[in-house]
Structure formats: C-alpha cells, structure tokens
Design a binder for this molecule. Sequence first.
Ligand code: GCU
Length: 598
Amino acid sequence: MAADRLIVNTDSRESVSLNGTWHYILDPYETGFYNYRYKERSEGDPEAYWNRPVTKHRSERREHGYRAPYTLEVPGDWNSQDDTFTYYEGTVWYQRDFDRPQLGKNQRVFLYFGAVNYEAHVYLNGKKLGMHKGGFTPFNFEVPRDLLKEKDNFLVVKVDNKRHPDEIPTINTDWWNYGGITRDIKLVMTPDNFIQQYEIELDPAQDILTAKQENRFRISGNVTLDKAASSGAVTLAIPELGVEQRYPVTGSRLEFDLELEDLQLWSPKTPKLYNVSLTYNSEELADNIGFRKIETSGKKILLNGEPVFLRGIAIHEEIPQGVRRAHSEADAEQLLGWAKDLNANMVRLAHYPHNEQMTRLADKMGLLVWSEIPVYWTIDFGNDAVLDKAKAQLKEMIARDHNRASIVIWSVGNETPVSPVRTGFMKSLIDTARSLDDSRLISAALEVHYNPETNRVDDPLGAYTDIVSVNEYLGWYGGTPDMCRTANWEVAYDKPLFISETGAGAKSGFHADRETRWSEEYQQWYYEEQIKMLKRMPDNYSGVAPWILADFRSPKRNHPLYQQGWNRKGLIDEQGHKKKAFDVLKAYYGEIEKDADQ
Ligand code: GCU
C-alpha cells in the first residue's frame, strides 16, 4: 500500500508527537521480514518483527523483542547515536507503544512522517499500514479507527537505507547515507473531510511592475479537500489585509483569486510574512505566507520585477559538530545563521529536500532557496520505474513547500551525465515540475568540460531549464587556481547563468604557502582567483552558490591526513570554525550587495 496523498502544514493541525525514545532491532538479514526460505512472512507470523512477541508459556520460543538498552532517539539518524551504526546500511526495526488520543466522533487519524531514510514499512498492531520509499520527503498513512486500541498500540517501522542502482539517489553519492526516522513523526487528527493541500500565492500571471505602480495585487490559490463535498465552505482570512472571504465548496477542489492593495512583497531585505488562515469543517489551518514574484527576463533573474543577484552558498542537511543529520529549528538556525554571516541572500539546499524547519526559517530570515530532488550523478535513466520514483519525490517536495516564498528554484537533479536517454528523463521531470508549479524557476546542476581557453556551457538540458546552472571547479578538479586568469566562459543559451557549485578543500588549521593543497591558504587563493574570474563572466552571470558552507561526512573522502571521511570543501570546519576563505567570499558578497544598493 503506497502512502496516501500528502497532508500539508501538519504543524497547524491537531496532532500528537510520537518523537522520543524508540526500541530497535538491528536486522541485517531481514529475519523479521523473511523466513529462513527468504519468503516474506505472513501477517500473523509470530516471528514477524511487526508482531508483539508474546510468551504465553515458559516453554515457548521467542527470538525477537523490543526493550532497553536497544533504543534510538526519533527524530534522528541512527549513525550518530551508537558506534554500531556508524557505517551501518541495512534494516533496523523501530518500535514504540502509544495510547489512543482523545478522538471526536468523526475524527480521522493519520500517521505522518517528516522523512525516513530510505524504505519504510509501517505496521500498527500487527497490521501493515503501508510502505514508502524516498529518504527526504514526507508521507502519511491513514490509521483505521477500528485498528486503534485505547492503550499500548504497537507501532513498528521497518527502516532500510540500503542503496540500490534503481533508486533515487542511486548507489553512489558524495554524502553520508544516514539511516533512520530522521525527522518528526506524529499522529495527525482531522475532521471527517478536511483541507488536504492548499496553495496561496501572488498570481504568477500578473505583471508585477504594473501591480506595484497601480498598487493592485492579485492573489490566487486553490484548496484540495480530502474528498468531494456538496456543502460547507472554506473561509480564507488575512487579517492584516482585511481579508475574510467565504468560498462555498462543491466537489473536492476550490480555486480562488482576489485583488488587494498595499501588499508588502517578500524579499531577502524585507521577508514579510502574512498570517493567513483557512477554515473548513471546524478545522482552522494557520500559516505564515510571503508574497513575491520570481521570473527570468532574458539573461536576468527578476525578483518582484527587479534584477536580483543570487549570493548563495550550498548546504548539506548536516550538523557537523554532531556528525549527524539536522532536523530541528535550532539546527536550521545554526546553518542558516552561518549563511547570513556570509552575507548570503540565497542557499542551495543540496542534494535533496531538507526538513521543513529549514524552508520555513528561510522564509522568516529572508533567504532565497534552491530545493532539489536527489537525482544525482548516474541514475538508471532508461528505467521508467526509476522515473516514477523521481516524480514521486518531486511531487512530495513541491506539495510540502509550495507555500514557501523563500523557495524560488526547484532543481530536478545534479551532475547527470549527458545522453539522449538522460536528457529525456530529466526533461520529463522538468515538465512534471512545471505542471505542478508554474510560479517558480526550474533548473538542474549541469556539468562543464574544462577547456584551457573557453569553457562552454552547452549541455542540451539547458534548453529546457529556466536558468542555466553549472558546477565548475576550475583550480581544484581542473588545474590550479591561477588557471582562472585565462579562463573564458561561453553559454549556449540566452538565459541567466548560475554557478551552482565551485569550491576547494582545506583542512582547517593546516597552514602553508598558497600552492600547498589542503592548506587554508590554497582554499583562500582558490576563492580569490575564482572571484576575479566570476567578475569577468558573461553578462548573464546571475549568481553563485559555492560548495559548501561546512565540511560534511562522505564515505568517498579517505585521505588519512586531510579528510578522514570528511569532504573538506567547507568554509567552516566540523567544529564550527571559519576557515580563511570564508571572509574572501563574505567580502565579495559585501561588494555585490553595496553595488546593488546604489
Ligand atoms: C560535486 C557534487 C557534490 C560533491 C562535490 C565535491 O560537484 O555535486 O555533491 O560533494 O562535487 O566533489 O566536493
């Protein structure tokens, strides 16, 4: 059973958190799932790990159980919680009991996961609720009321983070494959019929400059109910703008638009959010929404009708000091706070959708966001089932964050090798993204082939994206930083150019002359030469997001002195200390901001 349609904005709904200390069974051979003939166990099989082991008589044989000290914290990856798990890839069974919450007569109950890496099979009281794949997007299953007991409901989640060639991401990534129930889990209670998803935004079709001149702004939106209704109404309220609008519902989808005056537009400088609420069937959903327009015009990226330069930085969803996945608001404050210290106005959340705390905080802090699905490197492009998996993650990513003003770019992938099959696959993703959301820019991080004279950006996929984004490492993977002095760039498309990655490694605290790799001085030199080159880029150069904010764990980085399982391209080390190059980039961004203000 696949997951139900996603319920958005669960923070604003009646819910009970199931976070906390869970029991676990480490099961590399999946003994709890398959019998010794490696056949899937039947539902009632007492040896299945989704069934509570009950011993009625002392002679009975039971070979599994859930008890201390075998516990893990949720949310959280398992790798950072116990040395046993540092490198573990496989199945872990999570279990906890919970009591039935107080429920109204027609109330429904859903089990909601912020994310589980990678494959989750969910069971309650021995019954399977469903299965979900994808390590970085939310999902939910309805809990049949008659399955719920008043006390000690036996909840089990089989989590498997093994990598496979036909999954998304595939087997090869330059990040740590943290496993577990990595984000919040909760019971969400709803009325019998309820608002499942909604979209509220500045109507992307309107000319924003005219709207500003005439002080008349059109807001458009839609509401999707869980099921068709023949009566009742949805009320939209934006108190600060004097909006209280009642819309009768017939069917399961409602569309609306309204004209407003004196709307303050959202931007990094003025990250204005409005309290917006939608009420239906006694459930009131409250949200904080910013209104802004993002578009391209020829070679420029326009925010609210004005050219904007993306002063970006790439971020992995990791807290280096804890060697763990980030998941909380405090984690987001640390990472986005560092980006602000850098004078960035944009963050590339790589290479997968980060937790909702990050995107909601980016709304508040005024950081533009690039959000991406992990179609990373060499995916099985010729496999339709793989395309469906990528599309499922794209849908979940866009559904969860459609109302986040900060998100301006959806990326459908990173450094995928050029071939007709690949380009077809990626174009199909781009088309899907556009059909789901025509209000944002669609892109993908392309590769460039270095050339001593002119580096040419002509990946065929660039024909379908709104901005041409390219990763370049001239001076790290190609030669030394002085090569930037003679490098020229050519882009085959009259579209904005965005450098979605550039960076060099440095072991924090290792100091030497600038030509010594891994020294902070080499990284500093790299940024100095890159910035000089970036200042000579073609006139469609519209932004950059260097790789990367902080050192991060990678099983591919094994230099015994300088890496020790860390990708060292961070501008901040794993203790949180800034490296020399941090200030080089910060100064560059300061210059750009000053020029923009003039
Ligand atoms: C690649 C890739 C990143 C990787 C980086 C690096 O471009 O997109 O995921 O970490 O380069 O090599 O450090």
